[in-house]
Ligand binder design. Sequence first.
Ligand SMILES: NC(=O)c1ccc[n+]([C@@H]2O[C@H](COP(=O)([O-])OP(=O)(O)OC[C@H]3O[C@@H](n4cnc5c(N)ncnc54)[C@H](OP(=O)(O)O)[C@@H]3O)[C@@H](O)[C@H]2O)c1
Length: 236
Amino acid sequence: MSNFQDSTVLVIGGSSGVGLATAQLLERLGAKVTIASRSLEKLKAAKRQLSDATQLLPLDITDSAQLQALRDGPAWQHLVISAAETPMGSLAALADDDARRAMDSKFWGAYNAAKYIPIADQGSITFVAGYLSLRPGKASALQSAINAALEALGRALALELAPVRVNTVSPGLLNTELWAGLAEDKREAMFDTVAKRLPVGRVGLAEDVAKAISFLIDNGYTSGSTVFVDGGGRIA
Ligand SMILES: NC(=O)c1ccc[n+]([C@@H]2O[C@H](COP(=O)([O-])OP(=O)(O)OC[C@H]3O[C@@H](n4cnc5c(N)ncnc54)[C@H](OP(=O)(O)O)[C@@H]3O)[C@@H](O)[C@H]2O)c1
């Protein structure tokens, strides 16, 4: 029997990309998964790729009142936070409101989720950051800072929330719905360019990151860790 058998997992951001792939993998391993995101339509569409037992939770991680409402509910065994909507751009180009919105979504959302969502003592929290924390690009100062902050938050909360284990996965470029807003030719050109630079010769998939999240949840001797799933991007 797998260690996940009947363990309860809340995946915030579970309607797409890394979150959905994680929900699929953990269900295959026997977990009871609840997926959360803002759009009920997206959650329902995602459920078609999951089991009948999957629970759906409409939730906006930037609304701390919605997170506080979960405080008195039953504790989950494991919490995974892959939810984020982060406008990107250089210091000069990104509007102030967009920059704040990115931090609200990816950093403060994860911070408040860790603060308010009850997790069982033998449980875990896994954040999803990004390799720009260590390998900034010319127009990625904000993303780099948010990801570094999230990785630091994970290390610090591993002490504060113990015995709950807190870890972070930091992906490189992934072929997920996150890039759906880019024109297909631009998206493919970006993937090609990055794949050529990476030691592994390809961009990542949501499933690559889901495997790392599953490892961190399952391994009771990991806490305060950051696992890079970046195709070697931070050293290339
Ligand atoms: N894809 C990449 O290349 C890449 C690279 C490095 C790091 N990352 C990071 O990996 C994480 C997951 O990215 P992904 O590629 O899986 O993105 P994705 O496919 O766009 O999925 C994002 C998920 O988050 C949910 N979400 C967004 N804002 C939310 C909010 N305020 N409250 C609740 N749910 C929210 C979305 O659903 P709703 O719209 O229904 O809310 C969706 O389920 C993000 O933190 C991203 O920055 C991604």
